[in-house]
Design a protein around this ligand. Structure first.
Ligand SMILES: NC(=O)c1ccc[n+]([C@@H]2O[C@H](COP(=O)([O-])OP(=O)(O)OC[C@H]3O[C@@H](n4cnc5c(N)ncnc54)[C@H](O)[C@@H]3O)[C@@H](O)[C@H]2O)c1
Length: 276
């Protein structure tokens, strides 16, 4: 009884995502996993494109347990052929792509510009910026054919401020440049496709717990300065703590749903106040 009451409420709600299909890059783990969970909770079917096939399959199995359809495509966002396969298999398997979340991302070890190997800069730009272009470029023809679509890019608070205090410990020109570029790409996508019924917005997270982003990049070296780095982040964050991925879920549902129907080209900061 309670369950059907909930469903009725959701169907009436402007946040309802029933019948929609969301494709999430890097959706196996971290923030991308949280996005998949909440969109499924609000009714969407979820396709995950990720290089980590095994974890993506576990995440997809959890989504199916929620009563939604889910699909995994092993795809590296820097590889146009793999991205095209990701798009084709999502449309073949789930019937549409209503929502694209460009979430796959990496960072780089902290180092100053004059010390940064060009390949390190290239890798972050390739995944975090060019990868978004490649995925968006491949999905747009599907959305144009549908006459509607919704693109959500995951940037970073580094796009707004290079955070000298933090960067002193972990300077990161590659990540700052990629995420700043992503805000521009979001605006460009929004204006080019607004009259085609396609919206594009960005989310700007501050520091969040429970993801592999920094630990995976830094390895054991990270442990040496992690305490100092974390203390600096917490001191700079007015709320005095890091965010939990669940604290991005409300914004994600808002942006993915009709609730934000007149919103495009914008960037939404969720950061405990660190960019103030
Ligand atoms: N965690 C934070 O505090 C934070 C803050 C700001 C922005 N972000 C952004 O959020 C996004 C998700 O990061 P996260 O913290 O969840 O990291 P994470 O490392 O936990 O997850 C990233 C996911 O992306 C996948 N991935 C990496 N490279 C890929 C590629 N080339 N092709 C396809 N998939 C790939 C990984 O396998 C993984 O599943 C990133 O864009 C990141 O820059 C995170």
């Amino acid at each position: 009884m309670e369950e059907s009451h909930d469903k009725t409420d959701r169907k009436r709600s402007m946040f309802d995502l029933s019948g929609k299909v969301a494709l999430i890059t890097g959706g196996a783990t971290g923030l991308g996993k949280a996005f998949g969970e909440v969109l499924a909770e609000f009714g969407a079917d979820i396709a995950i494109g990720d290089i980590d096939d095994a974890t993506a399959r576990q995440t997809a199995a959890q989504i199916e347990k929620m009563g939604r359809r889910s699909l995994v495509v092993k795809a590296d966002v820097t590889r146009p052929d793999e991205v095209q396969r990701m798009v084709d298999e999502t449309v073949a398997g789930l019937g549409a792509i209503d929502i694209l979340i460009n979430n796959a991302g990496v960072t780089a070890k902290g180092m100053r510009i004059h010390e940064m190997p060009i390949e390190v800069f290239d890798r972050v730009i390739d995944i975090d910026l060019k990868g978004v272009f490649i995925c968006t470029r491949a999905v747009l023809p599907v959305m144009l054919k549908q006459g509607k679509g919704n693109i959500i890019n995951i940037a970073s608070s580094y796009a707004l401020r290079p955070f000298f205090n933090v960067c002193e410990l972990k300077p990161n020109a590659s990540y700052v440049t990629a995420k700043t570029g992503l805000i521009g790409l979001t605006k460009e996508t929004a204006v080019e496709y607004a009259r085609d019924g396609i919206r594009a917005n960005a989310v700007i997270p501050g520091w969040f717990t429970g993801t592999k982003l920094t630990v995976a990049t830094e390895g054991p070296e990270y442990a040496a300065f992690m305490k100092q780095y974390d203390e600096t982040v917490l001191r700079l964050t007015p709320m005095g703590r890091k965010g939990d991925p669940s604290e991005l879920k409300g914004l994600m549902v808002y942006l993915a749903s009709d609730a934000s129907g007149f919103v495009t080209g914008q960037s939404f900061v969720v950061d405990g106040g660190i960019t103030i």
